[in-house]
Design a protein around this ligand. Structure first.
Ligand code: AMP
Length: 372
């Protein structure tokens, strides 16, 4: 079978590597030259709104998907009209691109989120702040990821500066959640409605970017896992979804509030490549190709650490016993995700020394030690 993927970053690269094992052929389409996935699979480089090139790309494909959510919705609709297996469906993509629409959708399903308010004028900001109190988080509705496009307002005096920073973009104001920790759920649904759920993952961020994932999230109760799965099932059913869905939650006193959802494979699911029976990448492909889904069971306790901005010396990484190293073939740039390493063991305690060495090499030992 032939699968087309819009976007060709590291998520696409890992998807291609998983697909080849199943005998699938992956073809990428991106507007970015020198992409990570283009090193391992055929790739068309053309504008994302080039109707003729898109049509040519879509011909002969059995399924089409995407690995980043900034695909123009018109492009998604055009491809969905050409191929019924354009998954996840275009309306999900539309929602993934707008934090306000997404939160309204979640609220309509009765899924808890932080208190949120639409803000388009300075007056609405002031009225919103009267409801949220301080601190509050002001976010652009669109184009925000990895902590970009948001500002924390700690006191009334911060409002003017935040308003200037936002410079006329449509916004959403959120109550600041004093969470115990951040967890995410990666789930997959097949075209026939079959679902699988990975165990909740504990995620630690630095400057808004994911640094460390621990899976299964330590001390996670079956009740919390069930809550997360119920939320995902409601989203799946409402959207006639196929593929992987990731939901990022704030955990607070035994409850879950959704921060955001992504209609794609996700960085917090990278541990599944080495630490689960079936990786998120493979299950995404199985789901959209109408193949049976694979077991999401963990193979033990995994710790995944991102390499951001620079890649540690590979020799030093490989000296860490049992470390699975994944490099994305990208050039170094501050804040850029260039690779990751995953440790799998019978427990986090067993791999503690190796994890500390990995965090040290990745340059985040001090920050992460304080946060975990
Ligand atoms: P986002 O880009 O919305 O995923 O936000 C990036 C990070 O900012 C999250 O992973 C949280 O650590 C933090 N954050 C976002 N929204 C809130 C909120 N309402 N309350 C507290 N922290 C937040």
């Amino acid at each position: 079978m032939k699968v087309g993927v819009l976007g060709a970053g590291q998520l696409g690269r890992m998807m291609a590597l998983a697909g080849y094992r199943l005998g699938l052929e992956l073809h990428f389409y991106t507007d970015a030259p020198d992409s990570s996935a283009a090193q391992v699979a055929p790739c068309v480089c053309a504008p994302l709104n080039d109707a003729a090139r898109l049509e040519e790309f879509a011909s002969g494909l059995d399924a089409i998907t995407y690995e980043f959510e900034n695909v123009p919705v018109a492009t998604a609709r055009r491809l969905a009209a050409l191929n019924r297996r354009f998954m996840p469906p275009p309306p999900v993509l539309e929602m993934a691109q707008d934090r306000l629409t997404q939160k309204r959708f979640l609220a309509s399903l009765g899924i808890p989120t932080p208190l949120f308010i639409s803000v388009e004028t300075r007056d609405e900001l002031d009225r919103g702040l009267a409801l949220t109190g301080f601190p509050a988080v002001l976010k652009t509705r669109r184009w925000g990821y990895d902590g970009r496009g948001q500002d924390v307002l700690r006191e009334p005096a911060d409002a003017s500066q935040a308003w200037e920073w936002a410079a006329g973009s449509p916004l959403v104001l959120e109550a600041f959640v004093d969470f115990d920790r951040e967890v995410s759920l990666v789930a997959a649904r097949g075209l026939t409605g079959e679902t699988v759920f990975y165990p909740l993952t504990h995620n630690v961020h630095q400057d808004g970017i994911l640094r460390l994932s621990l899976a299964p999230a330590p001390h996670c109760t079956p009740l919390l896992q069930q809550m997360a799965e119920d939320h995902a099932s409601r989203i799946f059913d409402a959207l006639h979804y196929a593929g992987v869905l990731t939901i990022e939650f704030f955990e607070r006193r035994g409850t879950l509030l959704v921060n955001e959802m992504a209609s794609r494979v996700h960085n917090s699911g990278h541990w599944t490549i080495d630490g689960a029976e079936t990786s998120q990448f493979e299950n995404h492909l199985r789901a959209i190709c109408s193949l049976p889904l694979g077991s999401p069971s963990p193979r033990g306790a995994s710790a995944m650490v991102n390499f951001i901005g620079t890649v540690p010396e590979v020799r030093s990484l490989l000296e860490i016993p049992g470390l699975h190293v994944h490099l994305y073939g990208k050039s170094a740039r501050p804040g850029r995700k260039l690779g990751h390493g995953t440790l799998c063991a019978t427990s986090i305690e067993t791999s503690r020394t190796s994890l500390e060495r990995l965090l040290e090499l990745a340059g985040c030992l001090e920050h992460i030690k304080a946060a975990v």
